[in-house]
Design a protein around this ligand. Structure first.
Ligand SMILES: Cc1cc2nc3c(=O)[nH]c(=O)nc-3n(C[C@H](O)[C@H](O)[C@H](O)COP(=O)(O)OP(=O)(O)OC[C@H]3O[C@@H](n4cnc5c(N)ncnc54)[C@H](O)[C@@H]3O)c2cc1C
Ligand code: SF4
Ligand code: SF4
Length: 810
């Protein structure tokens, strides 16, 4: 006997269920409700409709004839308001219908962030054709759009609106786009490609309010950034549409709970699609819904079948943004990464392997092999035998790896080797024939590899091919195992290619790991911060533990706390505050450091925020005794009290410390100012030393009194305090912009030579002024007391640590 099947929701899942039922000739009389005033269409093609590549007619999956041919009673545009399980009826806005079997396929509802202004006209979600048409109509007027949410949906909306001529900004709460599907490197490439299309992207952007009177006018972020907007698209997530099921007393967790046969807690009611929860899983992509649809049809025909949740993959439908992500690519113990990067083509591939099985894959730029990789993940294939060539895709399996020199040898003479300088292989060969025998001489004669340096390896290979055994490749140390590039090459790339984030560096410099290691991350963090103070945000996680904790960890796991005493000067009040803090926090040792500061040794980790707060209250800030930055400016008493003093050395020391404090440098930076050549402040063994003389100030650099002991060398003598300050800021900036991370000034000077520094600081007035200006700019952002911030807001981080590291607290 024909049974009555009522379906609520004409979405992608229920459309498939009906196809399977009718194809199998099941004996059902179907009533199909849909809140939308239309039947089934391919929802995932709404983005091509938005961008203008397709029309609604192109994406209809079941037309009026199809419903008629299959005897489906269509109640489109009618919202179902209730299910009565005892009477076995469904009530819509236009009346009630009985059912033998009921299928709930209500999909999801978009999540709306509960901010002021969310209900203003001009704020829309992205879920159905009406939303799409509303966006198309808004875009026809032009103007600015803000898309909240940098996930799949938000980015497709942003790309579509840009195609239609709007000025679009995407706001994303997290550090990189599509963070659930992509790692940071792929996120960087995606962001770059979107920006190239004209989409502006702001990450770590938290929406505080939507502004406007009668219509949306703008968006305000938590950090008080204001953005104008004629249209706001909210695409921050979805949640299963479970209201009807809830009201009907079905079991509902996050979604409507179903068993493997897709039955709800009432066996006559089935559910399918985004509205369900199965075995703790929710579903937001169509592939699993199609599997579910098959099972629903079987269950309705009383045939056995069971739904199994499988691995999923993601792609983005934005032209020019080829991305693929599948499986689990989080880092974890026992997991290894295989990474391939081709900066020139913007290609990135990362495979995550665990126990010889591929468990995750992220690809950007070239996703042609994605299906093959997805198959390996899904089938849990043992990849041990093809591991070496796995990353290159199916075409390379079983092949023999090429001799790298053979490829270079085969290049024609007009093949470009150095793109920046337009140097081809033939020019390099000519230089070699004329006597160039190493990288330096090829660079000097042809300029090849002299700009950003990424072609260095290729130039060396040309040398190796031409000179054979006579060529000895320089053994320049790479930053770490994540890259073959040296610090100098990476710094050059950061500047020349305007790389302003770590993922940008990893990608463009071809890092072999997905996100660096404990060696390269602190160095990159510093380089980016020194070169791009406005664009780059410091990453505390990429700092050594002392810098993260804002205090030195001592060998018993306690901390030493050093407040700043400007120029070595203090006051009775400050001393009282230090003494009170020592009493209150039971500090076992109070010591004067070699840099004339007071060190409170033996403070418990959990007391750090409180002791800082007390010292802050007395007007003191962190002495940065733990930082790769300015530590102290040691002074003598100078003219104020000493009979030999020629200048106010203490006053200059205070001024210098106030100018330089908080600045990050490649290594720790210590200064000394002595009031006369008797040099009581021992200024000539500091990184920068100043000796005051009758005629002015002798500024010398490159001293050391640690593992190496060295005397400073004279940089310049200047007549006034102002000029001394100016020169010291400039030389500090030159050091920040050029030195290798963890090189003290003397080491850096040994590499570049004092003359090179003099040329830029002493001989070239413009260069000196530019450097000082850039130093001031950086200081306008980074001259901050880390104690104050952490004492107020990050108290919970200061729990006892298990790992110990000892560093001198000077
Ligand atoms: C713009 C966009 C792009 C997407 N792109 C992709 C993609 O590239 N790849 C991918 O795999 N997935 C994509 N998705 C997700 C995919 O479309 C969904 O996973 C899929 O449509 C869910 O199917 P469903 O049948 O569960 O729900 P839906 O297709 O959402 O259908 C549910 C229907 O139920 C109706 N309804 C709800 N409540 C009631 C009620 N009380 N009475 C009557 N009717 C009701 C709704 O109006 C709706 O028409 C995209 C989604 C969107 C919005
Ligand atoms: S490496 Fe630099 S020098 Fe060589 S091609 Fe590229 S950008 Fe140019
Ligand atoms: S360096 Fe000269 S001025 Fe300074 S304290 Fe010593 S003797 Fe006095």
């Amino acid at each position: 006997m024909t049974q009555k099947l009522v379906v609520i929701g004409a979405g992608m899942a229920s459309g498939r269920v009906l196809e399977h039922l009718f194809d199998a000739g099941a004996d059902y009389e179907v009533t199909l409700f849909n809140a939308e005033a239309r039947g089934n269409y391919n929802r995932i093609m709404l983005s091509p409709v938005l961008s203008g590549e397709k029309s609604y007619d192109d994406i209809v999956t079941h037309d009026a004839d199809w419903y008629e041919n299959h005897g489906v009673t269509c109640r489109f545009g009618e919202h179902v308001t209730a299910i009565d399980r005892s009477a076995k009826t469904v009530t819509g806005e236009n009346g009630t219908v009985p059912y033998d079997k009921l299928l709930i396929a209500t999909g999801s509802a978009p999540f709306i962030i509960p901010v002021q202004g969310k209900d203003l006209p001009g704020v829309i979600t992205y879920r159905d054709l009406d939303d799409t048409n509303a966006m198309i109509a808004a875009a026809a007027k032009g103007g600015k759009a803000v898309v909240i949410g940098g996930g799949l949906l938000g980015l497709e909306a942003a790309a579509g609106l840009t195609e239609r001529g709007m000025e679009v900004t995407v706001l994303h709460l997290m550090g990189h786009l599509m963070e659930r599907q992509l790692d940071e490197s792929a996120g960087f490439l995606l962001r770059r490609d979107l920006q190239n299309k004209g989409v502006k992207v702001i990450c770590q952007a938290s929406t505080a309010a939507i502004l406007g009177d009668r219509h949306v006018e703008g968006v305000m972020l938590e950090d008080n950034t204001g953005l104008e907007a004629d249209l706001v698209v909210m695409a921050v997530g979805i949640r299963p549409e479970t209201r009807l099921a809830n009201d009907a007393g079905l079991e509902v967790a996050r979604g409507i709970e179903v068993n493997a046969q897709m039955q709800t807690s009432d066996p006559d009611i089935l559910a399918v699609g985004e509205c369900i929860e199965f075995d703790g899983h929710l579903f937001g992509l169509v592939a699993p819904l199609y599997d579910q649809a098959k099972v629903v049809a079987k269950t309705l025909m009383d045939e056995p079948d069971a739904f199994v949740a499988k691995e999923l993959s993601t792609k983005l439908k934005v032209t020019g943004c080829d991305l693929f992500s599948a499986g689990d690519f989080s880092q974890g113990e026992g997991r290894e990464d295989i990474v391939f990067r081709d900066p020139g083509r913007g290609v990135y591939r990362r495979l995550v392997v665990e126990d010889d099985v591929l468990v995750g894959a992220v690809m950007y730029g070239d996703t042609s092999d994605s299906n093959w990789f997805f198959g390996l993940i899904r089938d849990k294939t043992d990849i041990a035998g093809i591991r070496d060539t796995l990353i290159f895709g199916p075409a390379y399996q079983g092949g023999t790896p090429l001799d790298p020199l053979a490829a270079v040898a085969a290049l024609p003479r007009d093949a470009e080797i150095c793109g920046c300088n337009g140097i081809c292989k033939g020019q390099i060969e000519d230089a070699i024939a004329a006597g160039a025998s190493d990288l330096g001489s090829v660079r000097a004669t042809t300029k090849a590899s002299g700009s950003c340096g990424t072609c260095t390896g290729l130039v060396e290979q040309v040398l190796a091919v031409r000179l054979g055994d006579d060529f000895v490749a320089p053994a320049a140390a790479s930053v770490c195992g994540c890259t073959d590039m040296t610090h100098e090459d990476v710094r050059r790339m950061i500047k020349s290619q305007k790389l302003t984030s770590m993922p940008a560096v990893w990608q463009e410099c071809g890092w072999k790991t997905s996100c660096g290691c404990h060696v390269c991350r602190p160095a990159l963090n510093f380089y980016l911060l020194a070169d791009w103070p406005l664009e780059y945000q410091d990453d505390p996680q990429s700092r050594f533990v002392n810098e993260r904790k804002h205090a030195n960890i001592q060998k018993d796991g306690t901390f030493s706390v050093v407040p700043r005493m400007w120029g070595g000067l203090t006051t009775p009040n400050e001393l009282r505050a230090i003494a009170d803090a020592a009493d209150k926090y039971m500090v076992p040792t109070v010591k004067v450091t070699g840099g004339q500061r007071i060190d409170l040794l033996g403070v418990k980790g959990e007391d750090l925020p409180a002791i800082w707060a007390d010292l802050n209250d007395a007007g003191m800030v962190s002495g940065h005794a733990y930082s790769k930055g300015l530590r102290t400016v040691k002074t003598c008493v100078g003219t104020d009290h000493c009979r030999f003093g020629t200048q106010d050395s203490t006053g200059l020391g205070i001024k210098l410390e106030k100018e330089l404090w908080g600045s990050w440098t490649p290594h720790k930076l210590k200064l000394g100012v002595s009031g006369c050549p008797r040099n009581c402040a021992e200024a000539t063994c500091k990184d920068i030393g100043i000796i005051c003389v009758d005629s002015g100030y002798q500024i010398s650099i490159g001293g050391a009194a640690g593992m190496d002991v060295r005397e400073t060398e004279l940089l310049v003598q200047v007549p006034t305090q102002e000029e001394a300050l100016y020169v010291i800021k400039a030389v500090t900036q030159l050091y920040r912009e050029n030195a290798k991370y963890l090189d003290r000034i003397y080491k850096w000077m040994g590499k570049v030579g004092l003359d090179w520094i003099k040329e830029r600081i002493v001989d070239d007035q413009d260069s000196r002024a530019d450097l000082a200006t850039r130093f001031d700019l950086s200081q306008s952002i980074y001259r901050k007391d880390p104690w104050a911030e952490h004492a107020q807001t990050k108290v919970e981080r200061y729990q006892p640590l298990a790992t110990l590291a000892l560093e001198a607290a000077e």
